[in-house]
Design a protein around this ligand. Structure first.
Ligand code: QAP
Ligand code: CO
Length: 168
C-alpha cells in the first residue's frame, strides 16, 4: 500500500478529463487500495483518481464514521432520480481548508463497475449522493469551486497559491 500525493487547486492537471477503464486489472485494484489509504489518511470521505494524477474513471468513497463502508466505482455513470435540489457545505482534499455551499440533485442512481469489473448499481441520497456527484465531477475536470462566485473562487485560489509557495 502507498499513500499518494494529492493535487491542489489550481493545478491544471485537475482539469483533465479522465478516460474510461477498458478492463479492470490488478493495477487498478492496487490503485484502489492506494486511493483508500490516501483518503483515510487525509482524512476524507471521497477521492477521485484525477486528484492523485491518474486520469482514469475511478472513484473511492466512504462516508461511514469508522472507515467500515468502502465503496469503489469504476466508470461511474450518474442518473438523476429526483429534480429536487439539496444544498450542502462541500469541501475537497484538493481545496484544503475551504468549504462552500453547493446545490445538487438530491437523489441519484450510480451505475459502475466494481473492483472485479462486475457491473452494479446503487441509489444514493443525502451525503452519499453529494459525495459521489462531487467525485464524478473530478473525473470531468470539475471542482466544487466552479459552482461558486468567481470572486470567492479567486480568493480561494490566491490563498492556496500563497500557501503552496510557502511550502515549495
Ligand atoms: C467530497 O471531500 C465531499 O478542506 C469529499 O482541510 C465533501 O473528503 C463530498 C477535507 C463534502 C460531500 C461533502 C477537506 C479534508 C476532506 C478539507 C473530502 C481539509 C481536510 C474533504
Ligand atoms: Co474533491
Amino acid at each position: 500500500m502507498a499513500k499518494l500525493e494529492i493535487l491542489e487547486f489550481p493545478d491544471p492537471r485537475l482539469r483533465e478529463i479522465a478516460k474510461p477503464v477498458a478492463k479492470v486489472t490488478d493495477a487498478h485494484r492496487q490503485l484502489l487500495e492506494d486511493m483508500f489509504e490516501t483518503m483515510y489518511a487525509a482524512p476524507g470521505i471521497g477521492l477521485a483518481a484525477t486528484q492523485v494524477n491518474v486520469h482514469e474513471r475511478i472513484v473511492v468513497v466512504d462516508i461511514s464514521e469508522d472507515n467500515s463502508e468502502p465503496l469503489a466505482f469504476i466508470n461511474p455513470e450518474i442518473e438523476v432520480l429526483e429534480e429536487e435540489i439539496h444544498q450542502y457545505d462541500e469541501g475537497c482534499l484538493s481545496v484544503p481548508g475551504f468549504y462552500e455551499t453547493v446545490e445538487r440533485p438530491r437523489k441519484v442512481r450510480i451505475k459502475a463497475l466494481d473492483r472485479n469489473g462486475e457491473p452494479f448499481a446503487i441509489e444514493a441520497e443525502g451525503l452519499l449522493a453529494v459525495c459521489i456527484q462531487h467525485e464524478v465531477d473530478h473525473l470531468d475536470g470539475k471542482l466544487f469551486v466552479d459552482y461558486i462566485s468567481p470572486l470567492k473562487r479567486n480568493r480561494i485560489r490566491s490563498k492556496l497559491e500563497k500557501s503552496q509557495r510557502r511550502r515549495a
